[in-house]
Design a protein around this ligand. Structure first.
Ligand SMILES: [Zn+2]
Length: 368
């Protein structure tokens, strides 16, 4: 590292101690101020501040942005303001703890220090968003736009077990299945009603059947609600569906088959709301970058690089969905994302930052 581990940990501590839950836009704005200050100190230039729907994102662009190398990080966390009082920033026996240290403030500091260590950062764009943990509603357009002008997207989410890079992520789809029937008195004339609860029950079973375990596709009915009073044939209700799939084709299949479901009672009306949310990060999008990182690590004498596929989604899903080669999980080695035992291994900060820097340098050296 150009600046050394002391500076790295000081930057990380400052960021962990500036709480930034995605849902608190004032806190996210304060965090953006701090990221901008730290980044300006290390990189020598201030970022562009991009405020979208009240949410603060930052972008450092070196060069004209044509066929660039994109480094993607987020500065929001899942931890509400006040978490720090219970679980403060600490470094003990080579382990950093504190809210957001693993997901992904360490990765963010790595990105800044890696770019700062490049002899010439021309051709790099560093995008730091503020709403990843809530699905990136205000940054998705920005992320996709940057991805489309990039030859590679390197995502600084924390690594999987043992430091493994994330070479595939499932895509997500979210639906609501609504049924409209007809109300009637359950004692006097139930035969005149159309029972939405019964239709929802049948449709929930049929929906679960759309899963394809061999392909890793899960289709899970979750929240359900129907009816008004205990003695009324329910006129309406809905259930929610969570879908996860390794391939876009599987997302399309489930979408099509879900929309083909029909009610048993012809008097009921079924309406499907929602759709495909994040596309998958398919393994083919990461393969070349992963191979490059692995051989680079071997050449530099760094710890061996491994890769793994994970179910959870990140902004890497969006860059891969935009058709950009994407490698994810390049951030901290540690664990406990979104959990009380969140932690980062100090002993792996230097080699991971070096790997990132050299990966970027190698991509920049190639003819665009
Ligand atoms: Zn994250």
């Amino acid at each position: 590292m150009l600046t050394g581990i002391g500076t790295f940990l000081a930057d990380l501590r400052a960021l962990v101690e500036c709480e930034s839950p995605s849902s608190d836009q004032a806190a996210v704005a304060r965090s953006a101020d701090l990221v901008a200050a730290i980044g300006t100190a290390r990189l020598g230039v201030p970022p562009e501040r991009l405020t979208v729907d009240g949410c603060s994102h930052l972008r450092w662009r070196f060069g004209d942005g044509d066929r660039q190398v994109l480094l993607l990080a987020h500065h929001d966390t899942v931890w509400p303001v006040g978490t720090l009082a219970v679980r403060p920033y600490t470094v003990e026996e080579g382990v950093v703890r504190g809210p957001g240290c693993f997901d992904m403030l360490t990765g963010l500091v790595m990105a800044v220090h890696a770019v700062a260590g490049l002899p010439d950062p021309t051709g790099v764009t560093l995008l730091v968003t503020g709403d990843e943990e809530i699905g990136s509603p205000s940054s998705v357009a920005l992320i996709e736009e940057e991805a489309r002008r990039s030859r590679a997207a390197l995502v600084l989410e924390g690594s999987a077990g043992g430091g493994a890079l994330k070479t595939a992520r499932k895509g997500t789809s979210m639906y609501e299945v609504h049924v409209t029937g007809r109300a009637a008195h359950a004692g006097l004339e139930p035969e005149k009603g159309v029972n939405a609860t019964l239709e929802l029950a049948r449709l929930a079973l049929a929906t679960a059947e759309l899963a394809r375990p061999a392909a890793g596709t899960t289709v899970t009915p979750t929240v359900v609600t129907a009816g008004t009073t205990v003695n009324t044939v329910p006129a309406r209700g809905f259930f929610a569906v969570d879908v996860r799939a390794w391939s876009h084709d599987e997302q399309l299949r489930v979408d099509r088959e879900l929309r083909e479901l029909t009610p048993l009672d012809p008097g009921a009306v079924v309406e499907i709301r929602g759709g495909i949310n994040r596309p998958p990060l398919e393994e083919r999008a990461s393969r070349a970058l992963f191979d490059r990182a692995a051989s680079l690590a071997a050449r530099l004498g760094l710890p061996p690089v491994t890769g793994t596929a994970v179910g959870g989604a990140s902004d890497g899903n969006y860059t891969a969905g935009a058709g950009t080669p994407t490698l994810d999980g390049l951030g901290a080695v540690g664990g406990g994302a979104h959990a009380d035992h969140e932690h980062v291994l100090v002993g792996r900060l230097a080699d991971r930052t070096l790997l990132l820097r050299e990966l970027v340098a190698e991509l920049l050296r190639e003819a665009p």
